[in-house]
Design a protein around this ligand. Sequence first.
Ligand code: PGA
Length: 252
Amino acid sequence: MLVAGNWKMNGSQAMVRALLPSLAGEIAGIGVDVVVCPPFPYLSLAVECLAGSVLGVGAQDMHPAPCGAHTGEVSAQMLLDVGCNWVILGHSERRAGNGEDDLAVARKTRTALAAGLSPIVCVGETLEQREAGRTFDVVAAQLSAVLEGAGPERAASLVLAYEPVWAIGTGLTASPEQAQEVHSRLRQQAEAFAPDAGRSLRVLYGGSVKAANAAALFAMPDIDGGLIGGASLDAGEFAAICRAAEGRSWNS
Ligand code: PGA
């Protein structure tokens, strides 16, 4: 199980200094992987505040090129250089707000894996697409690009996050059954692409996960953890979600 916190464009140095040591204390010794993804300017400080803890630090995006004339961008090597081992890619807010298409997400995935970063790649349908009965087609097309980007030899190292766009920040959560249905399809598709990938792939659920609904979601067989937005900004709430994931680890 893996629980990742996506801070989005929230936080401050003061918040990193207050929240992360308290979170590390609350979940010391927990039997699940936990990653926090603050904004770029706070990554080094987050790594420093979490020294000696098992929590990982991730970025929320990166550029697919190794270096060069890309004003405002950050490379995979730079993330590794500051002690960051994870990166969220293809979040729906970047797809919608920054024009990221499947090809761009595939390129970033390839670069991240080749550099040795662990990418958490997001897929998910809009409400309109769900209501039109296109959920599986939409996520299958998104995953297909990601798998091509990863290649069969590296696909097993991917982490996917299924995040229905209509559930992000809205308080509406996919029901555990709705999420399970999509997760299971994603796993089958990955398995058809590379049998290893299907078995070892972790598929997180994201979209209004809170302490109150986490255990029911994590009880589903193909939900391997969560990508948590709003609720990751509160150490107590986020720690409770991590403990819900640990409960599932013990039961499986
Ligand atoms: P949310 O965001 O938990 O605030 O809905 C999840 C995400 O966008 O990763």
